[in-house]
Design a protein. Structure first.
Length: 145
């Protein structure tokens, strides 16, 4: 498994251990992690702290040149908000752990020139399936159902 997805999974597990939703994300530029995060909506009482948003916030201010050289890793297919943020900053590549339990606007993101790589990672799938079965109300809140 990719070392960066392994770290995103660590972030997802950290979120679960904190009582939140187990989704993790890592931003990599030139082979180096510049940001990492996990879904912290529950922990922070936030409307927007999905894993990708937390990761980008933790990366801090970057230049447009930095974003154009970056790769965003996420354990789950990014939602509309997170996909839109990746498009806004022109992140050219997103590596997704799984899109079986939830699929964001992948076709649209691809149509905008972003390369998506879906890993179908068994650990990512099981992490989300177990969480959704255990906490469906929290999952539905997070995805706006």
């Amino acid at each position: 498994m990719n070392q960066f997805m392994r770290i995103a999974i660590e972030e997802a597990r950290k979120g679960l251990d904190e009582g939140g939703i187990p989704i993790g994300s890592v931003l990599v530029i030139d082979g180096e992690i510049v940001g990492r995060g996990h879904n912290r909506r529950v922990q922070q009482g936030s409307a927007i702290l999905h894993a990708e948003m937390d990761c980008l916030e933790n990366a801090g201010r970057l230049t447009s040149t930095d974003y154009k050289r970056s790769i965003l890793f996420s354990t789950l297919s990014p939602c509309d908000m997170c996909s839109g943020t990746a498009l806004l900053y022109k992140i050219p590549r997103i590596v997704i752990g799984e899109n079986k339990t939830f699929q964001g606007p992948e076709q649209y993101v691809r149509s905008r020139g972003v390369h998506l790589e879906i890993l179908d990672d068994a650990e990512c799938i099981e992490l989300m399936r177990s969480f959704i079965a255990a906490r469906p109300e929290l999952w539905n809140e997070d995805i706006g159902v």
